[in-house]
Design a protein around this ligand. Structure first.
Ligand SMILES: [Zn+2]
Length: 222
């Protein structure tokens, strides 16, 4: 080998609201094989992963089980890691998005972007469950499809006719959490101005050439 490559690998973070299934394992096993191959070639290679421990489904699952979200994600993390170990998947590091390190780096990145004007704020209207007193993600609103009139469809698309729409277009919308009729409420959302980085993204994706010898390989298993 001409030089020792430095390679950082991850897989999609498994969601901390339920067990690992075989579909997940296909990805982790393939990635593990590739990581072992790179290590055997003498490259400096790290395979890291973590539980994704944030989101409404985790909060609702914990409520349904009568435990705190922290208790749920601690239990699921143990289950996930036992399953990975059972399939001989060797992470160099396995952690959680609910960690002080992640909080530190997420805040650090956010503040850097915000200070440089790459974050914008917009007020949008979103459905709100007046009984549970929470804003509802699209998947937690059900109602009748505005196109084909199929009942009991999600707030973002219809499984009967394949139509996509916004939750406000649903006929007779209901909160999937409480069954209450949601109300529209204004809420401030933060948007990352991805277009500010268009040139950087194009450069990363450009072919390696004499003019661009240091192109980094991003998201590609090559
Ligand atoms: Zn439909």
């Amino acid at each position: 080998m001409s030089h020792r490559r430095k390679i950082l690998i991850t897989s999609a973070l498994p969601y901390a609201n339920g067990p690992i299934h075989l579909g997940h394992l296909v990805e982790y096993i393939q990635t593990d094989i590739w990581a072992r191959f790179q290590k055997m070639r003498g490259n400096e290679c790290y395979y890291v992963c973590a539980d994704d421990a944030h989101g409404t489904p985790i909060m609702l699952r914990a409520q349904a089980e009568g435990i705190t979200p922290e208790e749920l994600i601690a239990r699921v993390s143990e289950e996930h890691q036992a399953d990975f170990a059972g399939f001989n998947i060797q992470f160099d590091h396995y952690h959680s998005t609910n960690s002080p390190e992640n909080k530190h780096f997420a805040s650090y990145i956010y503040n850097q972007l915000n200070d440089k004007g790459h974050i914008s704020r917009k007020t949008i209207k979103q459905f709100y469950d007046p009984e549970k007193e929470m804003f509802l993600p699209d998947r937690f609103i059900k109602g009748t499809c505005p196109k084909c009139k199929a009942e009991d469809q999600y707030g973002d698309n219809c499984e009967a006719c394949g139509a996509t729409y916004s939750p406000t277009e649903l006929i007779d919308p209901k909160s999937a959490v409480s069954g209450a009729t949601p109300v529209e409420k204004e809420t401030d959302h933060l948007f990352f101005e991805l277009s500010h980085f268009e040139k950087n993204a194009q450069r990363l994706d450009a072919p390696r050439s004499p003019a661009n010898p240091n192109r980094q390989q991003v998201g590609r298993m090559v």
